[in-house]
Write a protein that binds this ligand. Structure first.
Ligand SMILES: Cc1cc2nc3c(=O)[nH]c(=O)nc-3n(C[C@H](O)[C@H](O)[C@H](O)COP(=O)(O)O)c2cc1C
Length: 308
């Protein structure tokens, strides 16, 4: 049957179809954790909720997966390419140093993904050199991150199509406060910064610490009281954060109680700013350069109150 078809060309042809990337995880009957990278995942049915994916018959995990009562589909985020590569190799150490989160069904769920689905393994079908697994979704969860994509044999990330206009909310959906600038600024700040601070929190960097480091990087040599006034956070909370940051060598205190970033604090801040840059790119994805420059210009005018 294959005599007229060049398998390599066919694989390239299949690869033109862009997909997300998942890691299928399960527990083998002997208790060993199983995990492998899979991009053949697809949603199948809403009612009942079902999904499918296919596994190469040559896979080492085939027998164990067939016998597992459940499996999880971990949908990888754009910052999880290393996880994809880790689970695309054969080895007994795939779960070494891998952070897992709690699961309803006792499955190894990967932390930091865009979504996961815990499924009952309800059926398998032969499909040429692959076996198709059908799962019934029992639990699922999502997170506001960008997915990792795969096309033409390459990892990619999603960007909103420049032709897809961002919709203005319908008149009915707007709140009466939408006519006032200050609440609009306030809400837009929380809307875009909340997921960022949540991501920092998940990475073990509390928002309060991040704010202090950012502020001291451009206004060094402040006392704790001056810092509390500057970032508009109460003195008790700032004192607690400052104590933690000093105890962990992120801040140095001078003899006159002024605070300054240490080298370790600076490298902590660099990590925060790297995430902030990526996060800002995601938030602004889909807005034209003209819109972004206009927004920046108006915000600067509001802050520095000139050129009006
Ligand atoms: C992006 C990507 C997608 C993949 N998709 C699949 C897939 O859908 N089905 C499959 O059987 N293997 C797929 N693989 C290959 C498996 O991840 C790889 O063969 C893995 O080592 C199998 O695990 P095992 O050692 O338990 O057999 C994919 C690999 C990559 C990098």
């Amino acid at each position: 049957m294959l005599k007229d078809i060049d398998v390599k060309l066919l694989r390239n042809c299949f690869g033109k179809f862009a997909t997300g990337i998942t890691v299928i995880t399960a527990v083998a009957p002997d208790g060993t954790k199983l995990g492998l990278t899979v991009n053949s995942f697809s949603s199948l049915s809403l009612d009942p909720p079902m999904i499918l994916w296919s596994l190469d018959k040559k896979s080492k995990s085939l027998d164990a997966l067939k016998q597992s009562s459940h499996f999880a589909v971990n949908v990888l985020a754009s910052d999880q390419m290393d996880l994809s590569n880790n689970f695309a190799r054969t080895g007994d150490d795939k779960f070494d140093d891998i952070e897992l989160i709690d699961s309803h069904c006792g499955l190894p769920l990967l932390a930091g993904t865009v979504a996961h689905l815990e499924c009952k393994n309800i059926n398998t079908y032969e499909g040429g050199d692959h076996v198709i697994f059908i799962g019934e979704v029992e639990h699922f969860d999502t997170c506001d991150k960008k997915p990792l994509l795969y096309t033409n044999g390459q990892y990619t990330i999603a960007a909103r199509h420049p032709g897809a206009k961002l919709a203005e909310p319908a008149e009915d959906d707007r709140s009466s406060n939408d006519e006032f600038i200050v609440p609009l600024l306030h809400r837009s700040y929380w809307e875009i910064s909340d997921p960022f601070y949540q991501e920092l929190q998940d990475a073990g960097i509390p928002a309060s610490h991040a704010r202090i480091l950012v502020h001291l990087s451009h206004s060094p040599e402040l006392t704790t009281r001056e810092l509390s006034d500057a970032i508009r956070v109460d003195m008790a909370s700032v004192s607690m954060s400052v104590k933690w940051l000093c105890d962990n060598d992120h801040l140095n205190k001078t003899s006159d109680d002024k605070l300054a970033l240490s080298d370790q604090g600076q490298s902590h801040l660099d990590k925060v700013q790297l995430r902030a840059r990526r996060f800002e790119d995601e938030v602004l994805d889909g807005y034209s350069d003209q819109d972004i420059n206009m927004l920046k210009s108006v915000l600067r005018k509001l802050i520095y109150r000139k050129d009006v």
